[in-house]
Design a protein around this ligand. Structure first.
Ligand SMILES: NC(=O)c1ccc[n+]([C@@H]2O[C@H](COP(=O)([O-])OP(=O)(O)OC[C@H]3O[C@@H](n4cnc5c(N)ncnc54)[C@H](OP(=O)(O)O)[C@@H]3O)[C@@H](O)[C@H]2O)c1
Length: 347
């Protein structure tokens, strides 16, 4: 750190780099994206690490290993890490312990670990005499791992609900056909969004009417590296010939009509984010249950009319009960409009 740079400015700069490194890790899976840099006594970055996904070394451990591989002593270094170092043994050992063993003298981190089992790393380090500074670039750190963080705190996966509709709010024509309301650019985005969630959920009737494959495909037609688990919700048996049964990310039929129970079941299996693709009955059930975190409304340039509204009855009888939306983004893709919004007040 040079004489003119205050420590907090230098840590923020290092945290900026740690946040950048974290994005090399996967958006999906049971573990969050984490980045770490090690600083020498001058405040210069001397080693870097990030987490590449469940079962692989955590960011701190990768950074320590990289320092050692470069012939450096780790004693007295500062570790700047995007998430509080964990204190528990999962598929790998506790990072707080690894930092202590390495002789790290200061740990700067952005976000407290919300996990019941994994938190406590900061306390462990402080008890051992390590200086701990928390909350540096906290907003950016939280934004990076928003879905995972929300899921761990709520004990249910993050829910993105998506539907396609015409400008008059219809999700299908009277005969049930709905392909395609939106154009190729929007459908490319949908495929990418699928690849960025742990699971996709649809209702049984969408499988019966559309027989979708629900795979996440790149614009050139190949599969994205990450394929979400394909989940069909509802009591009707999924036909043996349904395309979704051959989904490369796996297939699951979950009978029942309780979105909260469904989410709990998926969370217990390590699912931290789900992409709910409808149809309208399932979408409405998720909204009514108050478990939708973000809505992607894609609007195609047409009018359909008729009874197939994008959202069914929500039990709302007067305007004061309407569910307000915070609009986060409005993008034009070709002739479609894609709106990203978040329901207000928990609904
Ligand atoms: N525009 C779009 O974005 C879009 C997306 C998907 C589908 N679609 C269109 O929508 C139409 C199908 O819509 P849909 O609403 O009938 O189908 P859906 O929502 O896919 O399926 C409805 C069925 O899901 C089951 N289910 C699971 N959880 C439920 C819950 N919590 N509450 C109520 N039911 C639950 C029930 O069946 P069980 O009896 O089996 O329990 C219910 O009848 C098709 O025309 C399709 O093309 C449009």
């Amino acid at each position: 750190m040079n004489a003119k740079t205050s420590p907090s400015v230098a840590w923020a700069a290092a945290m900026g780099r740690a946040l950048e490194l974290a994005t090399k890790g996967p958006l999906t899976g049971g573990n969050p994206r984490v980045g770490c840099v090690l600083l020498d006594s001058e405040g210069a970055i001397c080693a870097e690490g990030w987490h590449e996904g469940s079962g692989t070394p955590h960011a701190e451990v990768m950074a320590l290993a990289n320092a050692r591989a470069a012939g450096m002593s780790t004693k007295g270094l500062t570790a700047v890490v995007t998430l509080e170092p964990c204190a528990h043994t999962g598929k790998t050992g506790p990072c707080a312990e690894a930092l202590l063993e390495a002789g790290i003298s200061r740990v700067v981190f952005s976000v407290d670990d919300p996990g019941v089992d994994s938190s406590g790393g900061a306390e462990m380090l402080e008890d051992a005499g390590v200086e701990v500074i928390r909350g540096v670039m906290n907003h950016e750190g939280l934004t990076l791992i928003e879905r995972w963080h929300h899921a761990v705190r709520a004990s249910r996966p993050w829910v993105t609900l998506k539907w396609a509709m015409s400008w008059d709010g219809r999700a299908a024509a009277a005969d049930g056909t709905s392909q395609w309301i939106t154009g190729p650019a929007t459908r490319e985005k949908v495929h990418q969004d699928r690849s960025e969630h742990d699971a996709i959920v649809v209702g049984t009737n969408t499988v019966l009417v559309d027989d979708p494959s629900l795979t996440a495909r790149t614009p050139s037609g190949g599969f994205y590296d990450h394929q979400p688990l394909a989940v069909v919700a509802g009591n009707t048996e999924v036909p043996a010939t349904a395309k979704v049964r051959a989904h490369p990310g796996g297939f699951r039929h979950v009978p029942g009509h309780d979105p909260i129970a469904l989410l709990r079941e998926l969370f217990a299996e390590g699912i931290r984010s789900v992409y709910v693709e409808g149809g309208p009955t399932l979408a409405s059930a998720f909204i009514e249950a108050g478990v939708v975190d973000e809505i992607h409304i894609t609007v195609g340039p047409m009018l359909i009319g008729g009874p197939s509204t994008a959202v069914r009855d929500l039990g709302i009888s007067t305007m004061s009960e309407a569910i307000g939306l915070d609009i986060r983004d409005i993008t034009r893709l070709g002739d479609d409009v894609v709106v990203t919004a978040r329901p207000r007040s928990g609904k």
